[in-house]
Every structure is written in structure tokens, then in C-alpha cells.
Design a protein around this ligand. Structure first.
Ligand SMILES: NC(=O)c1ccc[n+]([C@@H]2O[C@H](COP(=O)([O-])OP(=O)(O)OC[C@H]3O[C@@H](n4cnc5c(N)ncnc54)[C@H](OP(=O)(O)O)[C@@H]3O)[C@@H](O)[C@H]2O)c1
Length: 254
């Protein structure tokens, strides 16, 4: 039985590509996303046609009990979860406070923080029983820098970062590697950034910035996720950031 890499939030950008990388390294990739069966099937079929193992699950991860039931289903029917990638984003664009609704703010918290809490509460004890596992959490600049228009996103991601530190404090000594991966540039991600800015602007971004390596390439990012998840426990990284070479790092912004 292959070890499982479970990806919560697997679109054509980071999530699906990281799952594909782990599948190419001998894991059974379980890819979960909310909608777009066609997109999910494409990812799963791509893995299988390259000789890997994959399962696709369409689900809404922030509905009650869904994350918990998914973890237990995978453990029982597919295999032990050795690596889990929490990749749900909470970006809603730049929205001033007056236009940020209670509902949006609460949704940001559910995606950004509460979903991770529920995932960790279910999967970490299982990993701890086995004495090993990796919880890789994708994050964003907003985890370390609030800004106008980012009220909901920054609060959610800041919470995510602190939750990662707390999880690490409890579970690293039990053999679980918790990593917070701060993504500090725009990603070539059609299912998230692409939908946020619309197809035309996204294509322009690809043709301009992207053509000069000014958008992060998920396949290159996936190498880092794999490296992190397979680090020796004598030298674990808890937090790192990734950005394109030409962007100003978050701490150097005016
Ligand atoms: N894209 C960027 O420019 C960028 C920049 C900085 C940080 N990040 C971080 O990167 C991560 C996302 O990676 P990505 O942008 O490359 O996207 P991605 O992996 O291509 O896609 C993420 C997937 O998450 C799924 N999802 C959203 N809500 C869900 C829910 N409630 N239940 C189940 N699945 C759900 C979406 O599925 P459906 O499409 O089916 O709805 C989407 O396809 C986030 O943590 C974000 O903070 C991204």
C-alpha cells in the first residue's frame, strides 16, 4: 500500500501540481476540490497516465464534518496519510472595510483558519500514533502583512500562521513536521488568480510577467513542498517563503 498525500484544495495551480509531484515520487495522491469535476479528472488522469496513483474527491471542505470524514475515509480505504497539504485560500481581492461583509469575514476565517484546525485535529493524532507525518500549509503574504483591503484575508492568514506555530509546538516532538509556506508572489494558478482577475487579464499576466518568470510556476513550487516533506527530522524547516526573483519581498515594501 502506497503512502497517501492528501491535498485539500487541489486546483490546476499549487494544490494539483503538488499532488502530482508526490504521486510521481510514489505516493497515492488524493486530490480534493470543491467544484469542476472536469478539472479534477484531468489532474487525476494526468497522474494515472504517468503511471502514478490518484483519487479525486469533489467536496466542500468547510462544510460540517467533511474534512473529518474525508480523513477517516482515506485512512480506511486508501492508505495512511503521510503527507497532507492544506491549500485552501481566502483571498477576496482588495475590499475596503466598509464593503467587507460579516459573511465574507467569517468565510475567510473558515477557509483560512478553522478548516486547518479541523484537519489538524483529525489527522495529527493519527500521524502521532504512527510517529511520523507532514502537514504542509500553503499561506500568503497576508499572513505576515496586513493591508488596506485585506481585512478578511489577513486576519484569516495571520490566524493560519499562528495555528501552524501552535501545531508545531505540540506535534513536532511527536514526529510530525508542520510547515508554513508563505507564498509572496502571484502564482500561475488559473483556478484561483485566473478566476479572481478574469480570463483576459490572466492571459495578459501570463504573456507579460509570466513570460519573464514573473509568475510563480506551480511545478517549481512543488519541488519545495516535496523537499520540505522529506527533510530529515534533524533539520526541519517550519517556515519559508517563496517569491519570484523580480518581486519586492514583503518586508521591503514601503
Ligand atoms: N494564486 C496566487 O497567486 C496565490 C498567491 C499567494 C498565495 N496563494 C495561496 O495558494 C493557495 C492556493 O493555491 P493556488 O492559488 O495555486 O490554487 P489551486 O491549487 O490551483 O486551487 C485551489 C483549489 O482550492 C479549491 N477550494 C476552494 N475552496 C474550497 C472548499 N471550500 N472545499 C474544497 N476545495 C476548495 C478550489 O476548488 P474549485 O476550483 O473546484 O472551487 C481551487 O481549485 C492558497 O493557500 C493561497 O493563499 C496563492
Amino acid at each position: 500500500m502506497k503512502p497517501v498525500c492528501l491535498v485539500i484544495g487541489a486546483g490546476a495551480g499549487i494544490g494539483g501540481t503538488v499532488g502530482t509531484k508526490f504521486a510521481s515520487e510514489g505516493y497515492h495522491a488524493v486530490l480534493c476540490r470543491r467544484s469542476d469535476k472536469e478539472g479534477l479528472d484531468k489532474l487525476v488522469d494526468g497522474i494515472k497516465s504517468a503511471g502514478g496513483e490518484a483519487t479525486g474527491l469533489l467536496l466542500n471542505a468547510i462544510e460540517d464534518d467533511v474534512i473529518e470524514e474525508t480523513v477517516l475515509h482515506v485512512e480506511k480505504n486508501i492508505g495512511p496519510i503521510e503527507v497532507v497539504i492544506y491549500n485552501l485560500g481566502a483571498q477576496i481581492g482588495n475590499v475596503p472595510l466598509e464593503q467587507t461583509s460579516y459573511k465574507q469575514f467569517e468565510m475567510g476565517w473558515r477557509l483560512g483558519t478553522f478548516g486547518l484546525f479541523r484537519l489538524a485535529k483529525t489527522v495529527c493524532p493519527l500521524m502521532a500514533e504512527r510517529g511520523s507525518g507532514a502537514l504542509m500549509v500553503t499561506s500568503a503574504t497576508a499572513a505576515v502583512r496586513g493591508n488596506k483591503g485585506q481585512h478578511s484575508h489577513a486576519a484569516a492568514m495571520g490566524g493560519r500562521r499562528m495555528l501552524c506555530q501552535s501545531l508545531n509546538a505540540q506535534y513536532a516532538p511527536l514526529g510530525i513536521h508542520v510547515a508554513h509556506i508563505l507564498v509572496d508572489s502571484m502564482v500561475d494558478a488559473p483556478d484561483t488568480l485566473g478566476k479572481l482577475v478574469g480570463p483576459e487579464v490572466f492571459q495578459q499576466l501570463r504573456d507579460t510577467r509570466g513570460a519573464e518568470d514573473g509568475m510563480m510556476l506551480p511545478a517549481k513550487m512543488a519541488e519545495t513542498y516535496y523537499h520540505l516533506a522529506t527533510q530529515h527530522r534533524s533539520a526541519w524547516t517550519h517556515e519559508l517563503d517563496l517569491r519570484v526573483f523580480s518581486d519586492v519581498a514583503w518586508w521591503n515594501h514601503a
